[in-house]
Ligand binder design. Structure first.
Ligand code: ACM
Length: 494
């Protein structure tokens, strides 16, 4: 059994331009093959695999395949083309996907994937027409908190597979916090020996850590799917787990008690201690060496136990260390209270209607990542969902799907307009989560809404048609075994 043919525009995020040709249908048959420029063979194999799974046909890669993946030679830098853009033409006798880069082709393949009607076995019809597409914002991210609850590399890989379908291209991993430290640092081994194992995480229920090999493998898995891993070491606050492992990082040299509660703002590195900078530099050096992507996230939020003068001292010493190891610093927006190196990126996360420091950074030419909690925090409970559910928090209010959709990143903060917005990131803090099902339940469908906010031109976005497109994803998520919140307001196709 196969679901009816999809319409060309039934895609999330909505492409920039969709021109259906209802007279044309391409049908994937037992004779269909995929041709690709050699540099795009990995992406072609991904597409062929999807078509094999849907049809049961062999779908080989072949020089005369009727589905063509073509790199049109540009790099995106010199010809003005967005490297992430693509053009897809579906005609009766063939499909042509063109892009300036393999990443653009990968994005086009995600679009084709959504055009495959659900069902397995037999020929697959694809709707005719032309899509021309490119993202509004270059950075489209989501964050997963491995510190409050650890998720295994296999779970993170499954999560990557789920998020790339919406053209999310950055995965920010929150690796350290008061309740746990989740990445082995060779020069400070007790971080994970003491604070990564049994009994760590909120309620002691989220033990585990990544070895350097685990992390490197995850980074490579993400890169094959054009996802950049953004690792975060949160400091100068949120460091109780580090101080339990290394008491010399406290003011009095005494180890604090391990913490498994959800309070924030009580721990701090010591800004006046050289030991602090020895520790931070070792960690950043090792992390930079393991991380091919351009960013290291240094946290900087909720440092309520760090006096403001100490916070300035600390950030002023630490920010240049990120540059020293060849990376760009991202930090939660509190970081913008200090004078930032030109490449540093504040990430706005609060719910207030304005923020002077972020506006000042934007005026000075900094790019900003927008993560307002009342729109993008995936750990907030859903509107209309049973509020007694143990999943999620509500300090930023209840966040329904429409709330995640109906806002604009370039209008959210006065002084932070389109040219200052590098992109949008949602965040999933894991205090209340215990499984990948919990993670997916809180993520979907809201990440689909946020992905469209970050990708689709503002003028093309509209809640009603989005909610109809979203309805078609219910059975698609179910078929993939992805748990999601079945919001009663959405007409979920069955
Ligand atoms: C944050 O939610 N503390 C960045």
């Amino acid at each position: 059994m196969r679901a009816p043919m999809r319409r060309l525009g039934d895609v999330i995020p909505l492409p920039a331009s969709v021109r259906p040709d209802e007279a044309a249908t391409f049908t994937v048959t037992a004779d269909t093959a995929v041709h690709a420029d050699p540099a795009a063979s990995g992406v072609a194999e991904l597409l062929a695999g999807l078509l094999r799974e849907a049809s049961g046909h062999p779908i080989p890669l072949s020089a005369n395949g009727s589905i063509k993946l073509l790199l049109d030679g540009g790099t995106g830098a010199d010809d003005g083309k967005n490297p992430e853009g693509y053009a897809l033409v579906i005609e009766a006798d063939g499909v042509t996907l063109r892009a300036p880069s393999a990443q653009g082709l990968f994005n086009g393949v995600q679009t084709i994937r959504q055009l495959i009607p659900l069902g397995t076995g037999g020929d697959v019809p694809l709707p005719g027409g032309r899509i021309e597409d490119e993202p509004r914002f270059a950075y489209r991210g989501t964050m997963l908190d491995l510190a409050r609850h650890f998720f295994t590399p296999e779970q993170v890989r499954d999560y990557i597979d789920a998020i790339v379908q919406f053209k999310i291209n950055h995965l920010h991993l929150h690796l350290t916090d008061d309740q746990g430290w989740r990445l082995v640092i060779d020069s400070w081994p007790r971080l994970t020996e003491v604070s990564g194992g049994e009994g760590t995480g909120v309620d002691g229920a989220g033990p585990g850590f990544l070895t350097a090999n685990d992390y490197t493998d995850l980074v490579a898995y993400a890169a094959e799917r054009f996802v950049t891993i953004v690792p975060e070491i949160d400091m100068p606050g949120h460091v109780n787990a580090a101080q339990v492992a290394y008491p010399e990082l406290t003011a009095d040299g005494q180890a604090p008690e391990p913490r498994t509660d959800t309070k924030v703002g009580y721990s701090s590195l010591v800004a006046s201690s050289e030991k602090t900078y020895e520790f931070v530099e070792d960690v950043l050096r090792e992390l930079a060496a393991l991380t091919p992507g351009p960013y290291l996230h240094i946290g900087g939020d909720e440092a309520f136990a760090t006096p403001p003068e100490d916070y300035r001292t600390f950030m002023t010493r630490v920010l240049p260390l990120v540059g020293k190891y060849g990376k760009r610093a991202i930090g939660w927006h509190e970081m913008a209270t200090v004078d930032l190196p030109p490449t540093a990126i504040p990430q706005y996360w609060r719910i207030e209607p304005s923020n002077e420091e972020v506006a000042r950074a934007a005026a000075a030419g900094h790019q900003v990542i927008m993560s307002p909690a009342d729109r993008t925090y995936l750990d907030m409970k859903y509107e209309k969902y049973d509020e007694s559910s143990p999943l999620g928090l509500d300090w930023a209010g209840l966040v329904g799907i429409q709330r995640s959709y109906d806002w604009d990143p370039a209008e959210r903060l006065p002084g932070v307009g389109e040219e200052s917005v590098l992109g949008v990131e949602s965040a999933l803090w894991s205090e209340t989560l215990r499984s990948l099902d919990d993670v997916c339940f809180m993520t979907f469908p809201r990440l689909a809404a946020i992905a469209e906010v970050a990708w689709t031109p503002r003028a093309a976005r509209d809640w009603e048609p989005f909610s109809r497109r979203l309805g078609a994803f219910g059975p698609r998520w179910s078929a993939q075994g992805i748990t999601f919140y079945q919001d009663p307001e959405i007409d979920w196709e069955s």
